[in-house]
Write a protein that binds this ligand. Sequence first.
Ligand SMILES: C[S@@+](CC[C@H](N)C(=O)[O-])C[C@H]1O[C@@H](n2cnc3c(N)ncnc32)[C@H](O)[C@@H]1O
Length: 330
Amino acid sequence: MKVHHLVLLACPECKGPFTLFSAGGEGSDEIETGTLCCQACRKKYPILNHIPRFVSMNTYSDSFGFEWGRHARTQYDSYTGTKISEERFFHETGWDRDLRGKILLEAGSGSGRFTEIAAATGATVVSLDSSTAVEANYASNGACPNVLIVQADLHHLPLKENSFDRVLCIGVLQHTPDVQAAFLTLARYVKPGGRLCIDVYRRRRGLLRLFQTRYFIRPFFAEMPPERLYAICKGYIERMWRVASVIHRIPRIGSRINWILLVPDYRDLLPLPEDLLKEWAILDAFDILAPVYDSPQYRETVREWFTKAGFIDAEVEYGYNGIEGRGTKS
Ligand SMILES: C[S@@+](CC[C@H](N)C(=O)[O-])C[C@H]1O[C@@H](n2cnc3c(N)ncnc32)[C@H](O)[C@@H]1O
């Protein structure tokens, strides 16, 4: 972390300010190893490999650490040569492309494909994840002077409440143990007049649920070590790939059949060459089966959360990842 980012952090227990003890040389702005000590309650937190750490070693999000370690660059625009992440970021958030002078929180960054986009707006970006995905994010974005990467749980944030101009949480909420609680916690960190953007998987009603095969298959893989599950997913996608490209040609429903067969099929959605489509499919097959929690939501429920948390102008609609919501805090 950079010394000048210390002011962005606060003790997750008592919100007191930190004193920084660095193991490195004096005068450098970059801290590789050190300790943050709360001036109020005296709790201490380590900085390891440049990243302040606020979580214990094992969490329910460990599979994500594995996933993003394996696919550290797969979804980055700077890797695919596309604008897939950039377009999704601005489409979902509706935010300006120039956010200089603003402070932005990204909760659940994964490998950091959206951190890269957020950093390019010029905002000061605090990007956190509870898993070791932060290592992948640091490798790609840690050198940016306007990015602070933190390993922390969004339920116990080492940050000041009501202090962020923008809060972003994409692809994360359904993977938390209590989705409403996670939403309401994040909402507290948006400053009055600031904006929140989230998305969450969509819960289907009635018979349509039967097509969400992941929820029937996942219990068979629960508690499987991530290395083993990843090998199974990779082998499955490699064996199914040719069949899936034939199924894809079935008019209107081909792609849907592939998703039901748990072959993530982005052919009509993303402008990627064949090898990258397959790489994304392997990543997503694992991402579908590995999470400990996956709680899709109804649109009305998400609307209620925005109202409950005091957001005005909330727009909650169906979108790329299920349900997308954005609003301004009153
Ligand atoms: C599906 S990934 C999405 C990553 C990224 N936002 C993206 O869209 O590429 C979900 C991420 O949320 C993180 N996550 C889950 N629960 C969390 C929590 N309580 N606090 C912080 N991060 C969490 C996981 O570790 C994982 O990296």
